[in-house]
Design a protein around this ligand. Structure first.
Ligand SMILES: [Zn+2]
Length: 499
């Protein structure tokens, strides 16, 4: 029952739904997800019908469409039974594989101190329930497109476009046919005739179309933000649902030395560790693992807290790792990530028109910059910006997951909740990496077409595109690898965490 309820609420109240469904049987969740997939297919056919025929007569059209589609499918199925079954299974497994990989990627987000199997199963549960969310996102995008389409059609009814005659058809004769040469000559002269008549008609059409109101000429101003906000809405819903605290029994860990892992059961707190000689109070005292500076931002101020967190995570990763709590669920690192995402978006969005502008300056074609420039702002920049923000999230999650997987194999302890914090607190490092990547990338694109690069490499027959790519790639990939190293060093310091 709560799972059925999630069909209605998963997209508005992801956290509430997640709390309701956390104890539902995994099979009920899977069935919801599995039935949502064909429903999305049917919904898409219905929406396409509305878009083509308009709303009033769409029900009949819809039924006809579904009928003819299922007839075609059935006859195809009968004719190629084996291939059809294999194709259906292939599509099914591909869809499920995408969901599984998605669950592996997002697993660190809501991981607690628990067996890794449970981190994964609760992530998979939320990823499966998210399939339902595709329905309102599809409806949102389709209603925007259909609305614009409708406005466009009604405008064209008032301002009809002159019809151009149909283009003469290409001769269907084979080249070996004796009449082929004659037919080709006829076709060419007909085409020339057609050109003379059609060109002024098309010019007239363009003139009329240019008179459309701005919202019909620049439809991408509505479509692009709608599609992007649909995707961001789904990502938001998934992360919200994953961040719900799960009521799981806390794992029992024996008291351990935080520095060497020695089992400290029955040892007095005033003593020293028999293995490494450190004071036991540093492992079991109440002052251990106070949390990141960011968790104390109310006392020390946001700017100070941000700076200390960033500096400690990059300069002293081991000391920073000793501060992070591993056993109790933490939430502050999420606001730290959210703080940086607008910056990631802006850097990426700004780099798109900058590339274009620099190329226009280099080739001395300022006209082109102003002509195509507007699409770079309305389509290129927001799409690239949003993709980079999602990519930054994915890198943060992937780094946390990869590092934790390494430790679960070696130390048999699920450190996802620490590696996620480590990765989150390295967000300023990612922003720096993105900025460096954008600046060096733009510089290399400029460098590629400079006269001296051309004279240096073209004369020696070396691919200058490859040279510039390597100049950009090597430092950037190094910075990226060091990000993994930092996440690993921070997480490592929590292998024997007591708190
Ligand atoms: Zn020790």
């Amino acid at each position: 029952m709560p799972v059925l309820f999630s069909l209605l609420t998963a997209w508005i109240a992801p956290r509430w739904t997640a709390r309701r469904t956390q104890s539902a049987s995994i099979w009920a969740v899977w069935i919801t997800h599995a039935t949502a997939i064909p429903s999305i297919g049917v919904l898409s056919i219905f929406l396409a019908a509305i878009a083509q025929r308009g709303a009033p007569n769409s029900l009949k059209y819809f039924i006809d469409e579904v009928q003819s589609y299922s007839d075609t499918l059935l006859s195809e199925f009968r004719d190629h039974l084996l291939i059809s079954i294999l194709a259906a299974l292939g599509i099914y497994f591909a869809v499920e594989l995408i969901h599984l990989l998605g669950a592996v990627l997002v697993m660190p987000w809501g991981a607690q101190d628990e067996p890794m199997k449970r981190s994964f199963s609760s992530a998979l549960r939320q990823v499966w329930l998210r399939t339902v969310h595709i329905v309102p996102v599809t409806l949102l995008i389709a209603s925007t497109a259909i609305g614009l389409n409708h406005l466009h059609a009604s405008w064209l009814e008032i301002h009809p476009l002159p019809d151009a005659p149909p283009h003469p058809s290409y001769p269907t004769l084979l080249p070996s046919d004796p009449n082929f040469k004659k037919a080709m000559e006829d076709y060419q002269s007909e085409s020339e005739q057609w050109d003379k008549i059609a060109t002024p008609i098309y010019a007239e059409q363009d003139k009329i179309l240019a008179m459309r109101p701005w919202y019909l000429r620049r439809q991408e101003l509505f479509i692009v933000p709608t599609v992007l906000s649909g995707i961001i809405w789904m990502a938001w819903g998934l992360l919200r649902a994953l961040s719900t605290l799960r009521c799981a029994e806390p794992l029992e860990h024996p008291p351990q030395c935080e520095f060497c892992g020695y089992n400290l059961t029955t040892m007095p707190v005033e003593a020293r560790c028999p293995e490494c000689g450190r004071d036991i109070i540093n492992s079991l005292g109440s002052d251990t693992r106070p949390g990141s500076p960011w968790e104390h931002r109310k006392e020390i101020g946001r700017a100070q807290a941000w700076w200390r967190t960033f500096r400690a995570a990059v300069q002293q990763p081991e000391e920073f790792g000793l501060r992070l709590c591993a056993c109790k669920p933490r939430i502050d690192h999420r606001s730290f990530i959210a703080l940086h995402l607008p910056l990631v978006f802006l850097i990426a969005a700004a780099s798109v028109p900058t590339v274009f502008w620099i190329k226009a300056l280099q080739f001395n074609t300022p006209n082109q910059a102003t002509r195509v420039g507007i699409e770079f702002f309305t389509i290129g920049a927001p799409i690239f910006g949003s993709l980079c923000a999602l990519a930054a999230l994915a890198v943060t999650l992937a780094a946390a997951g990869k590092v934790a997987f390494e430790f679960v194999l070696r130390d048999k302890r699920n450190l996802l909740s620490v590696s996620m914090q480590a990765s989150a607190y390295l967000m300023p490092y990612l922003v720096f990496w993105e900025f460096f990547g954008a600046v060096t990338g733009i510089w290399c694109i400029w460098l590629m077409d400079t006269p001296w690069m051309k004279s240096l490499f073209d004369t020696r027959n070396i691919n200058r595109f490859l040279v510039c790519f390597m100049i950009w790639f090597i430092p950037n990939v190094t910075i990226g690898i060091y990000h993994f190293v930092l996440v690993r060093r921070i997480t490592r310091a929590a292998r024997w965490a007591n708190k």
